[in-house]
Design a protein around this ligand. Structure first.
Ligand code: GLY
Length: 360
C-alpha cells in the first residue's frame, strides 16, 4: 500500500502501511532481523492477530515465542517490564533477539522500554493495532512506563527497527478506543496541517466505517506529519514538544480520573482547554474555539471532564515532565494548523479554563 521512512541516519526506519499482515515477514527480512523473536501482546489483541503474526514471522525460519500481558494503562508498570525480562532470560535471548510489540500504545511503550534496556538494547519492531498507536505512539521512539501515578515518568528514547501498520486491524478495536485514537489524528491536523484537519472533519463517517482508501490516506498523512517532526527533533529538545498539544491539561485529567478516562479522551478535553486558554490570551478567536469543540464532538470525543475537581487537576499539572522551573508550559494554537510552545506564568486564566472544562 505505502512505505514511508523516518530519516534518522543509522536510527532511521521504514513505516509500512498495509491492509493485512502478509508482508510482515518480508519487512523483517529487509530490515535484516533474524534473531529469536518474542512477541509481546495483550490479552485482547492476542486472540485476533497473534496467530497471523506468528505465521508470518515463522516464515523467517527463526524461533518465535509469545508473551501475553494484561491490557490496560494500569499495567504500564515496571512490574510488567520485569516479567518481559524474565521471559527473555528464560528464552536465552541474546543481543540479536528481537522484541515485537503487537498491540496498542501501552504494549508498544512497555515493549520498547524492555528492548531499550535488556542487555543495554536489543532490536524491536512495532505492530500497532489501535488507532492511538498507529497514529502516534508507535512512531518516534518514545518508550516507557508510568510510575507512582505519573504518566510515562520512567523511559527512554529508543527507535524501533520498523513499524508495520495493518489498517484493517482497527476493525476489531472497541468503539471507544477508536474514538480515543482519533484525538491524536485530529491533533496532528491542528498543530501542522489545516487541510488535513478539514479532511478528517469531513470524512469522519468514512473513517468510522473503515473505508480502506480513507484509512490509508489518513494513516499516511498522520505518519508523515509525526515522522517529519521526529526527524527534526528526535529527543524533544524543541519542536517535538508541539506533539504534546492538549497534553498539559490532558495528562493531568488522565491521572486525576485514575485512568478511567482514555488517553485520547483526555487529550481531546486538553485540546479544548488549550484553545480556550489561547482565546483568553488573544491568540485565537471564539469562533475557532467553537469549531474545534464541534468537530471533536462530531468525532465522538468529550470536550469536558465533568465533575472533576479543577484544583486537583491544576495541582497534578505540576508533577508532569513538561513543568520546568516550577512553571507550566503549554502548546497553544494560533488558529488552525499552527501552534506555539510557551510558558504561562499567570495562574488565573489557567484556573478559569479548568473550571470551564470540569463544569456542567
Ligand atoms: N506522542 C508525543 C510524541 O511522540 O512526542
Amino acid at each position: 500500500m505505502a512505505k514511508l521512512s523516518v530519516n534518522l541516519g543509522d536510527r532511521g526506519y521504514p513505516i509500512y502501511i498495509e491492509p493485512n499482515f502478509k508482508r510482515l515477514g518480508k519487512a523483517c527480512a529487509d530490515a535484516r532481523l533474524s534473531g529469536k523473536m518474542l512477541i509481546v501482546t495483550d490479552n485482547n489483541v492476542q486472540k485476533y492477530y497473534c496467530d497471523d503474526c506468528v505465521r508470518e514471522l515463522e516464515g523467517l525460519c527463526t524461533e518465535v515465542s509469545v508473551h501475553v500481558i494484561q491490557a490496560g494503562e494500569i499495567n504500564k508498570s515496571l512490574d510488567t517490564v520485569r516479567d518481559i525480562y524474565r521471559k527473555l532470560v528464560e528464552l536465552k535471548a541474546d543481543r540479536k533477539s528481537v522484541l515485537v510489540a503487537l498491540g496498542g500504545g501501552v504494549t508498544g511503550d512497555i515493549t520498547g522500554f524492555a528492548a531499550a534496556t535488556y542487555m543495554r538494547g536489543i532490536p524491536f519492531i512495532q505492530i500497532p493495532t489501535s488507532l492511538m498507536a498507529q497514529a502516534d505512539s508507535s512512531i518516534g521512539g518514545k518508550t516507557g512506563v508510568d510510575f507512582e501515578g505519573c504518566k510515562n515518568m520512567v523511559g527512554a528514547f529508543y527507535q524501533p527497527s520498523l513499524v508495520y501498520i495493518n489498517i484493517n486491524a482497527l476493525r476489531t478495536l472497541p468503539d471507544r478506543e477508536l474514538k480515543s485514537g482519533m484525538a491524536e489524528v485530529i491533533k496532528h491536523g491542528l498543530i501542522r496541517d489545516s487541510d488535513f484537519y478539514e479532511y478528517i472533519s469531513s470524512n469522519i463517517d468514512k473513517i468510522y466505517s473503515f473505508d480502506e482508501n480513507t484509512l490509508a490516506y489518513m494513516t499516511k498523512m498522520n505518519c508523515t506529519i509525526k515522522g517529519n517532526v521526529v526527524e527534526q527533533d528526535e529527543r524533544e529538545g524543541g519542536l517535538r514538544a508541539i506533539l504534546n498539544f492538549g497534553h498539559t491539561i490532558g495528562h493531568a485529567i488522565e491521572c486525576v480520573s485514575g485512568f478511567t478516562m482514555l488517553h485520547g479522551e483526555c487529550v481531546s478535553v486538553g485540546m479544548v482547554g488549550a484553545y480556550k486558554l489561547a482565546h483568553k490570551m488573544g491568540m485565537t478567536d471564539e469562533d475557532t474555539v467553537g469549531r474545534i469543540e464541534a468537530s471533536l464532538r462530531k468525532a465522538g470525543l468529550p470536550v469536558k471532564a465533568q465533575g472533576m475537581d479543577a484544583d486537583k487537576v491544576f495541582d497534578k499539572m505540576f508533577s508532569d515532565k513538561k513543568v520546568k522551573d516550577d512553571k507550566l508550559n503549554f502548546v497553544l494554537p494560533k488558529g488552525i494548523g499552527e501552534v506555539i510552545y510557551c510558558t504561562v506564568e499567570k495562574e488565573a486564566p489557567i484556573r478559569e479554563v479548568l473550571t470551564e472544562l470540569v463544569g456542567k
